[in-house]
Write a protein that binds this ligand. Sequence first.
Ligand code: C2E
Ligand code: CA
Ligand code: CA
Ligand code: CA
Length: 277
Amino acid sequence: AKKSGKNNYEFYTPELNKTMTRKTKIERELRSAIDKNQMELFYQPQVDLNTGEIVSVEALLRWKHPELGYIPPDEFIPMAEESGQIVPIGEWVLKDACKQNKTWQEEGHPKIIIAVNVSVRQFQYGNFIQKVEETLRENALDPQYLKLEITESIIQNINESIMVMERLNELGVKTSIDDFGKGFSSLSVLKNLPIDTIKIDKSFINDIGDKTSEAMVKTVIDLGLNLNLNVIAEGIEEEHQVNKLLENKCFVGQGYYYSRPVPAEEFVKLLMERTLI
Ligand code: C2E
Ligand code: CA
Ligand code: CA
Ligand code: CA
């Protein structure tokens, strides 16, 4: 029933037809996208907000479709999560990201951490730890240069997630809570999570400048700092946001203000310049 879409026969307009075609196409062709070499990682620098120096990088998935062009992850990841395709896709992402980071290291660039997004479904899949171990080994990447970003939704399966995180800690791999502050039902759970970093959701950064919301940013940063976690801001688009973050002791961030996510060969140029401001 999902395949035909529930509005398929209700209203039939050329516009709707177009979007249906796109969605159906994406759904149908996702399965073979990896084999056809259509998946690609883009890279967005994470910088020291004081100096503009690149300290780490986030890998962000793109699907380069022969007809549709670059398809953003928001358009196919939810689908892939539902179908289970996210597991092989996620394995490909992890592999490619580790391989790329190792290549940069071998080229003699300053060693940086690569942050890889992991969907909850992938994280809680049976052999996840094994896959991480295997990928690190195959690429001879030192585990300290890998960070896994997971969203707050792991909360739904908290005990199992904590176990996986502890295993990752033992391996020496870092973990981060992505989109932090967006959905936590119980902040008290946070203190029990064996994580390294929280990444403040970009909606909070967006709210900087709005006096009533600004206190929230400070609260979220303080929470992370009080728990001795690294705090990273995402979605920085303007200089005044940088200033406010520094004022509140958040010292690392990423966003269009510094750079959009870019292909590997462009990122390496940024890495050679090192400083983005
Ligand atoms: P996310 O992990 O929260 O990634 C941040 C998103 O914000 C990225 O969108 C990034 O391009 C965008 N962004 C960066 N700087 C700015 C800025 O200054 N302003 C604004 N407005 N946006 C900014 P993108 O690349 O389209 O990815 C969307 C989401 O798709 C990601 O959100 C993540 O949840 C998911 N995703 C991306 N790659 C992967 C992957 O390899 N695996 C999984 N499971 N999910 C992925
Ligand atoms: Ca992320
Ligand atoms: Ca995020
Ligand atoms: Ca997100």
